[in-house]
Ligand binder design. Structure first.
Ligand code: AMP
Ligand code: MN
Ligand code: MN
Ligand code: MN
Length: 280
């Protein structure tokens, strides 16, 4: 594949409808500035940022691809599945996401309670103001609130000291099975992608995910070095899966905007669309 082809895309981007800091207008402006031809809006458990991005991209050459990032638990570990090219305007899906986001809010209350029990003063309202109403509230918002208050000197420290998966204030959230997540995306005529598999470190789960209908591996990702990208490119070949790639940009949420920093050729999107036309 010619990685130097002119048209580049980014198939993993967050807005402030989940834990990104960019509004849809800022996402679109940054994508255009980065000379991207297409971006997928893949907020955690929320599709409400897609239409505003489409509106912001009207009368520009930027294509907006519908997407979502869902979490699942497999043998006690968490994995993320990105759904791309989804027909998302379906009541059952919108209601399901609402339910998941409500569970996120309840889980946030529990994490805050645990932090308070350590003698640290932080209130739900101080976290909620960092997230859109009805958006997907999560640990990155809580980390930002702790940092803003000077309780930690970085976001990373918030994860290391309090809310990382092994931290004292971490609370698991309501989570679906990979079968449910993958079937949901297939029911939306979308392409289920195993997101940042290099971070997940559970390659052995791939055959099981394929048995549920997994269609792609996110071989190209900010956290993948060249060796990892090559590794997942060959695994995709071995299992006859599509390739995907994106920056996982969270606006300034992870320090600085990552959009466009992972080079993903437009061909990857064309191949997905072709496969979708054949399969669905
Ligand atoms: P949640 O979905 O609420 O469990 O939060 C997970 C999100 O927090 C991920 O999508 C990342 O954006 C962010 N995150 C997780 N671990 C870290 C970390 N160690 N440092 C910075 N951000 C993290
Ligand atoms: Mn995130
Ligand atoms: Mn993820
Ligand atoms: Mn993500």
């Amino acid at each position: 594949m010619n990685l130097f082809c002119k048209k580049n895309i980014d198939l993993h981007v967050h807005t402030n409808f989940s834990d990104g800091t960019f509004t849809p207008e800022e996402v679109v402006a940054y994508a255009i500035k980065s000379k991207l031809s297409a971006i997928a809006i893949t907020d955690h458990d929320c599709i409400d940022g897609i239409v505003p991005c489409e509106l912001a991209a009207q009368n520009t050459d930027l294509e907006i691809i519908s997407g979502v990032e869902l979490s699942a638990e497999i043998n006690d570990f968490e994995i993320h599945i990105v759904g791309l090219l989804i027909d998302y305007k379906q009541d059952w899906f919108i209601n399901k996401l609402k339910e998941i986001r409500l569970a996120r809010l309840e889980r946030m209350k529990k994490m805050i309670e645990k932090i308070n029990q350590l003698g640290i003063d932080i209130k739900l309202e101080e976290v909620k103001v960092l997230c859109k109403d009805d958006g997907a509230i999560g640990r990155l918002h809580l980390a930002r609130a702790l940092f803003n208050k000077g309780i930690t000197s970085s976001l990373r420290e918030a994860f290391d000291r309090f809310i990382g998966a092994n931290g004292p204030c971490y609370v698991k959230r309501f989570i679906l099975s990979p079968k449910e997540v993958i079937e949901m995306i297939r029911n939306l005529n979308g392409i289920p992608v195993f997101a940042h598999p290099g971070n997940m470190r559970h390659d052995e789960a791939i055959p099981e995910l394929i048995s549920y209908g997994l269609m792609a591996l996110e071989a190209f990702h900010t956290d993948h070095n060249q060796r990892k990208s090559q590794h997942y490119t060959s695994l995709a070949k071995k299992y006859n899966l599509l390739l995907s790639g994106g920056s996982d940009c969270h606006g300034d949420g992870k320090g600085f905007p990552l959009m466009g920093r992972v080079k993903v050729p437009y061909k990857i999107l064309e191949k997905m669309r072709k496969t979708k036309n054949i399969e669905f």
